[in-house]
Write a protein that binds this ligand. Sequence first.
Ligand code: AMP
Ligand code: GLY
Length: 416
Amino acid sequence: MKVLVIGGGGREHAIVDALSRSPQVEKIYCAPGNAGIARQAECVAIRETEVERLRDFAAAEGIALTVVGPEVALAAGVVDCFKAAGLRIFGPTKAAARIESSKEFAKELMAKYDIPTAGFRAFTEYAAARDYVAGRSFPAVLKYDGLAAGKGVVIAQTMEEADAALKEMLLDDKFGEGKVVVEDYLEGPEFSLLCFVSGRRVWPMVLSQDHKRAFDGDQGPNTGGMGAYSPLPFITAEDERFAVERIMRPTAEAMVAEGCPFEGVLYGGLMKTAQGIKVIEFNARFGDPETEVVLPRLKSDIVEIFCAVADGGDARLEWDDRPALGIVLASKGYPGSYEKGHEIKGLENVEGTVYHMGTKADGDRIVTAGGRVLFVVGRGATLAEAREAALRDVARIGCDNLFHRTDIGHWALDEK
Ligand code: AMP
Ligand code: GLY
């Protein structure tokens, strides 16, 4: 069959890579793709939010399956648009994707169905939010309600910080129409549980963990993620069972009960607190960079899973026991402003897998084209070996404008 992947980052490169291992796949297209994806798929110059153009392309090319990567495409209604045209697509409808796009929707759902999460209140008025926060302990957790590219969460240590954030979110309309969720502050290691979901049916993937801060030791600003690994030794089988049976499955059932059944990847951003495992957030799609360490461990044919979700069939997931650990190479300055167009050398010397996150071809050269540029995956018999393999490959890549973390996996590998 011909398949189309929507998106152009490391996550989509890992999806394309998994699809390329399927004997059922004859040709892969990716819109818009990037310079690395172009080696495994035909890139199509359509942006991920141009949903009608994507639909017309899929119809004209006889695409049998479309897989959606980024949340912006979901929020633009790409799944609704494809389904209305009778095209098979893997991903949630706009209504179901609210579990990510609206913090208030997600929090209300969890409260109604008794899914463990931080206590919360939602506010639209600045003065009411400020008074509420002023009467509580710090740190205060403030979340802008809507898609804010990972920048809508502020953990304020003082009232001054909280006030500045509330003003920005509710008075300045920096992000658009304002609503803020104020949450209880939780503590503990965070981890990601991605599940394939089709209505009530839930297929958990192997656990992974992202690293959100820019620098070693979890210092510096929050980013889209600087590295990830799988599996997670500090999460027990019992924790995992709890997360699936008390969180992910009831959430899938709640979405059905609410009349917006979920189809696609439901991503649980979870925290292991002293009071048990709780939801920090849900996403309605594959995580980035978690996908880049989870899918390399998938032994089953991913097309069968995508089709089982889209058509309501059955599938089995089998996983490789060997750990995967990946390191992001990001442009200097990221997540702030950064330069583009720096040449990347040495990619041909790498022994493991490199997923491209933000690259562009410039003649024969490959140049940087984003904040996060490359994702280097190491494999090994242990996580420690996987990290060594990834760091060895990172050293083989030459570019004068990239930086990376050297401590990915420290929750599992290094003493705290
Ligand atoms: P989110 O976008 O909801 O995942 O939040 C971004 C980050 O903020 C999370 O990965 C956590 O590190 C932190 N965070 C979010 N909610 C809470 C909370 N209730 N308590 C403590 N930290 C939180
Ligand atoms: N890794 C975090 C995310 O995909 O949202």
